[in-house]
Design a protein around this ligand. Structure first.
Ligand SMILES: *Cc1c(COP(=O)(O)O)cnc(C)c1O
Length: 425
């Protein structure tokens, strides 16, 4: 184990004394891979630099937002321009309208959209709209899908309790967790089993990317939409990762799918805090002040965040990097597969997302993902870090390729992956 325990101990110790677990979001702690986190000083393009001056090729990309790479000139310029005008007004701005129109223009199922500050806010607000629109309280989610940390979503079903939600996190009242029913991804029968006349909404990541990358099987999402609508429930696509990453219209556009509500985040803030939820006008018009469903935010539509998001979407629309992103993602997945060789495991991915799972030869749902060898992943992580490759400190997260990754970055990563995999056995 080469994660040097002495390194940065002073800062990390200060962090531990000041912040729960030393971090402001759990996966940053590297707890899952058994090391002390390295502190980041800066990033540029495909590279991230730690406070010791070591440079890495970055495959975390802030967990998705940095699809153009770090400090893309268009984003930096837009931020500088916005900064000159002020950082927050708590009043309407034209740029918010530009960003909303851009989202509506690109994602066909969205007729109106509300900007918020995070993916968490987007999903919890979309759920509130779905409950208000249907007059129902129950929701269905999928084990292993992540929708932020609102109470209703911190439920993945304890063993044997797939039909009645069991809160996974202390502090989630049973009365709230009990309204969440859990189905298995890629398993329509499990959806039918929990859907009912009391279901307000089914929420799903169309491409599950928070248990490692698990693409939907053919017909799964179509069947889910049909089943949900069949009993009067709405469908919420959580495209916080897939939105503007898999295409300009998320996963839903090319797939020809129309959810009732869509949640966005990550990329639409271009590295600043933004989320959004949107859908058909008649649903979104339930939101205050058009309608009675209350949802608000002091910093929502923040000028800096909107400028970064708008510059990111405009650049994506202009440069259309999706074919190139997909080609690099596929090359990375191929390198992982080749390095894996005949060891047990599999590589799954879509577009610029990829995951190497140690153990199972296929991962279709959370059960499969739970069978992975996380200790092996921890050794793999460490061996890659030693070679200047920064990947997610968890088996259950996607690797993110950006437009800033060069073919040479991918080739260098492929070599490192080969050496790292040879070392983890
Ligand atoms: C990251 C994520 C969220 C939560 O977004 P935050 O901005 O972290 O609150 C919600 N849904 C999905 C699919 C995500 O990946």
């Amino acid at each position: 184990m080469s994660l040097d325990r002495k390194e940065k101990t002073d800062v990390f110790e200060r962090a531990l004394a000041a912040i729960p677990g030393g971090v402001n979001s759990p996966v940053r702690s590297w707890a899952a891979v058994g090391g002390h986190p390295r502190f980041v000083a800066s990033a540029q393009g495909s590279r991230i630099v730690d406070t010791e001056g070591r440079e890495y090729i970055d495959y975390v990309g802030s967990w998705g937002p940095m699809v153009l790479g770090h400090r893309h000139p268009s984003v930096v310029e837009a931020l500088e321009r916005a900064l000159a005008g002020g950082t927050s007004f708590g009043a309407a701005t034209e740029a918010e309208v530009d960003l909303a129109e851009m989202i509506i223009g690109l994602v066909p199922s969205i007729e109106r959209v509300r900007l918020v500050n995070s993916g968490t806010e987007a999903t919890m607000s979309a759920l509130r709209v779905a409950r208000a629109a249907t007059g129902r309280d129950q929701i269905v989610k999928f084990a292993g899908c992540y929708h932020g940390h609102a109470d209703a979503f911190l439920v993945k079903a304890g063993s044997g309790a797939t039909t009645l939600g069991v809160p996974d996190s202390p502090g989630v009242p049973e009365a709230v967790g009990g309204l969440t029913r859990v189905a298995d991804f890629n398993d329509l029968d499990s959806v039918e089993a929990v859907l009912g006349e009391d279901t307000a909404a089914v929420i799903v990541e169309p491409v599950a990317a928070n248990m490692g990358v698990v693409p939907p099987q053919e017909g799964f999402l179509e069947g889910l939409i049909e089943a949900a609508h069949g009993c009067g429930a709405l469908v919420i696509f959580d495209e916080v990762i897939s939105g503007f990453r898999l295409s300009l219209a998320g996963y839903q556009g090319p797939a020809g799918l129309e959810p009732d509500l869509t949640c966005l985040g990550k990329i639409i803030g271009g590295g600043l805090p933004v989320g959004a939820y949107g859908g058909r006008a008649e649903l979104m018009d339930l939101v205050a002040p058009s309608g009675p469903v209350y949802q608000a935010g002091t910093l929502s539509g923040n000028p800096l965040a909107v400028a970064a998001g708008l510059a990111t979407l405009e650049t994506l629309a202009k440069e259309d990097p999706y074919e190139s992103l997909s080609r690099k993602g596929t090359a990375l997945a191929a390198a992982l597969q080749e390095g894996l060789g005949r060891r047990p495991g599999c590589v799954q991915g879509l577009g610029s997302l990829a995951t190497l799972f140690f153990g199972p030869d296929r991962v279709d749902n959370y059960d499969d993902a739970s069978k992975t060898d996380v200790k092996k992943y921890a050794r793999f992580f460490s061996a890659l870090l030693d070679q200047g490759i920064w990947v997610p400190p968890s088996q259950f997260e996607a690797w993110f390729v950006s437009a800033a990754h060069s073919d040479e970055d991918i080739a260098r990563t492929a070599e490192a992956v080969g050496r790292a995999l040879a070392a983890v056995d």
